[in-house]
Design a protein around this ligand. Structure first.
Ligand code: SAJ
Length: 441
């Protein structure tokens, strides 16, 4: 029996589940993925620079809301899941999946330093027969331009002794329906052999694998998915400002448009675009195209509209108070929810931070209540701690701002005790008429 090629050997180890899987970056993408690989029977090792995270995993605890601790504990107990800060363990791995953040740096330029440092950390430990995968959301060309030269060290031959691919993450934090296994996964390889290995690996953890021709195609697919959301949210926000000028209820308009059974998908106005993906990912493409001398007008216009919403909300609150002959200065404002979206404990890019800072700069006394966020730090360094949502707190406020639609909030209770509510999420529509005055986007 002739010796197996490196690819045949890797495919066999994947099929037998004897392949060792390493996941670099144990965040909201990496930890769920590591758990899925471990559940599929692979001995899976997470590598993360945060020793506390590694200790949590090894102690059987989860710090990601969508990953139950009992799952982490059971897999750790079975020796299928462990974590370390030491990249050297990657030398024992057959597969390395990189799931590190891709934030924006100063001036809204991409910061791919995490991808570079993860790849540099991995590079000395890359060996024949290894598959390296990037999952981080990034501009088209990153896998080929940034990873390939760092992976090809140590004399590896692409598609023969080393395999390189890209597969965008599609994690929707807090989504009760779609998780890692039942969300179709786009995969690509640098060569046909790389794609074959990618499909074999991902078929063990997701029900539907969607192969595409190149990593750049897969990178662009993810950017399109999130740009689609950013542009359509920007359109909803622009319609909110237009409808307000015309005295039309934008929420009623979207609700009516949504009855169209084809050719329409509802998006809603809001206080701005939060999260670590939607406001950021499209700007990776903008940066890439600008370096090629090409504009991305829809993306930049959507970013302009979405970025203007926090100050639009501050202006609308000032207008609502002005109608009661109350200047913002000295007014007491209670913000309900500061997380970037409902039922998540995540402040990244949350518009609430800019709104609270602007209100305070205008002399308002601001408090906030959020069951998921106990403390926050504003961009100017000021810190605030959450207050409990009680009747006296609602009665204390001259204006209550609904920023985040956490399902834990009792909106009728708010309507029963607040004097004035500015609603950016249309949650007060479900309340029955009270003495409370309600204004909304
Ligand atoms: N938002 C609006 N109006 C809308 C929808 C959202 O103002 O109609 C705001 C939200 O309040 C939030 C921001 O946009 O501040 C982003 O919301 P999101 O629902 O896109 O939530 P993310 O960023 O946690 O998750 C998204 C995923 N969401 C969905 O598919 C529903 C998906 O695009 C990606 O899987 C994920 O980002 C990612 O990781 O890229």
């Amino acid at each position: 029996m002739p010796d197996m090629t490196a690819k045949e050997s890797l495919l066999a180890r994947i099929s037998e589940r004897s392949a060792r899987v390493g996941v670099v970056g144990l965040g909201y993408t990496g930890l769920p993925l590591a758990v899925e690989y471990a559940r599929a029977g692979f001995r899976t090792t997470g590598v993360d620079l945060d020793s506390d995270r590694c200790a949590e995993v090894n102690a059987g605890h989860s710090y990601i809301a969508d990953v139950p601790s009992e799952d982490v504990a059971a897999l750790a107990e079975q020796g299928l899941l462990s974590a370390t800060t030491d990249y050297a363990t990657m030398a024992e791995m057959d597969v390395a999946v990189i799931c590190v953040p891709t934030p924006l740096g100063k001036g809204k330029d991409p910061d791919i330093s995490y991808i570079v440092s993860a790849t540099e950390g991995l590079s000395p430990h890359i060996h024949d027969g290894m598959l390296v995968v990037l999952e981080s959301t990034t501009y088209p060309g990153t896998t080929e331009e940034i990873l390939l030269p760092r992976v090809l060290r140590n004399g590896c031959i692409l598609g023969e002794t080393i395999f390189l691919g890209y597969s965008p993450e599609r994690v929707d934090p807090g989504n009760p329906t779609y998780g890692t296994r039942n969300t179709p996964k786009v995969v690509a390889g640098m060569t046909p052999s790389c794609l074959e290995v990618m499909q074999a690996l991902y078929s063990t953890v997701v029900d539907t694998v969607v192969p595409v021709s190149t990593p750049a195609t897969a990178e662009m697919t993810k950017i399109l998915e999130n740009t689609f959301r950013a542009v359509n949210i920007g359109l909803a926000n622009e319609f909110a400002m237009i409808c307000e000028r015309l005295g039309i209820d934008v929420w009623e308009v979207v609700g009516a448009a949504k009855t169209k059974p084809f050719g329409f998908m509802p998006f809603y106005p809001g206080p701005g675009l939060g999260g670590h993906c939607i406001p950021i990912d499209p700007l990776y493409l903008t940066w890439k195209m600008r370096s090629l001398g090409q504009q991305t007008r829809f993306i930049e216009l959507a970013d302009t509209v979405n970025s203007s919403m926090p100050m639009h909300v501050v202006t609308r609150i000032a207008d609502a108070l002005n109608d009661e002959e109350k200047p913002i200065r000295g007014r007491r404002i209670l913000v309900l929810g500061v997380a970037y979206k409902g039922d998540v404990a995540d402040l990244r890019e949350s518009p609430a931070l800019e709104i609270i800072e602007a209100l305070m700069k205008r002399g308002a006394l601001v408090a906030y209540s959020d069951p998921f966020i106990a403390h926050l730090r504003l961009p100017d360094g000021e810190t605030l701690s959450a207050v409990e949502l009680t009747a006296p707190v609602l009665e204390w406020a001259d204006c209550v701002l609904v920023h985040t639609a956490h399902s834990a909030f009792d909106w009728q209770f708010v309507a029963d005790h607040a004097r004035l509510v500015f609603d950016t999420r249309n949650v007060m529509a479900t309340t029955t008429p009270t003495a409370c005055r309600i204004a909304r986007l």
